[in-house]
Write a new protein. Sequence first.
Length: 321
Amino acid sequence: MGQKDPLEDRHVQALLNKFMSGKIEAITPIFDLKKGLVYSDIDEILGDSMDDEEFLAMLHKAGVLKRELYDKVICCPKCRSMNVSVHYSCPYCRSFDIKKSSLIEHVKCGYMDVEEKFYDGERLVCPKCKRELAHLDVDFRKAGVWCTCNKCGKSFDMPIPNHFCRDCSHFFLFEDALVKDAYSYHLNEDVVKGAALNWAVLAPVRKLMEERGLKVDTPGFLEGKSGVRHMFDMVACNNGRKPDKIAINVFTSADGKPVPEQSVIDMFAKTYDSKVEKAFLIAIPKIGESGKKLANLYKINVVEAKSPDDALEKIKESLQL
């Protein structure tokens, strides 16, 4: 049996709809101290059904998404937490209780010392020649940094970076750190053509319903009696008027074959649990006979359409919009 086309997956189609509608242009991670890397746009679609990063990596491998390096995250080698801080430490005693100062050089006389030794009240005055330093890069210049350890008293120019895990209190050096690549993702332009057909169907239907005062989400989510959050290509709410909730899924067959009956079964399970008053399955170009029989049994309205305009007219007729 051949591997399933990822574009047939409902989660993938919902993500493509987000791209095509302009809701998102790129998928970028957000850093959470407890959860680590979070892709909120993917979280909304997947729920608990699959790991965000695993899902995105699968779509990248399949050529649906392109990715580029967004960040590198330091992880604790002991507990693998990303909740890690950097301690700039003394190279002599390894204490991170250090004081950082700027070095200042008086251009005219060449005297150099830490910035605080130049202060006379609010003025900068050279401790050696007593001239006032009024203008940066004219009277004086910044010559780097100088650090002093408050524990051992020694001074140095460059501290040693150590890492501290806030979750398990483990200290570790760079050579022991785990480094995780974090990526941002963009839709592969080659996939846009295929996704465009689904969006070409949804966009005019959305516009029609919004013009009639309905609240529309693409993709849309409804809470079921079971507590499960169900996703549809489109959900329209009618502010208490009947039908109060309208759910629409679009299935397209690029090779002209009938849309499989499994699409009806999947939609029925979600509409039944979430108490949808009106459910539409738009099949392009058509659905098989067994699928039609199931849809009739489950009270799902099947719209067979040869084009987005054809689908719009049939939806309009059915809803009397």
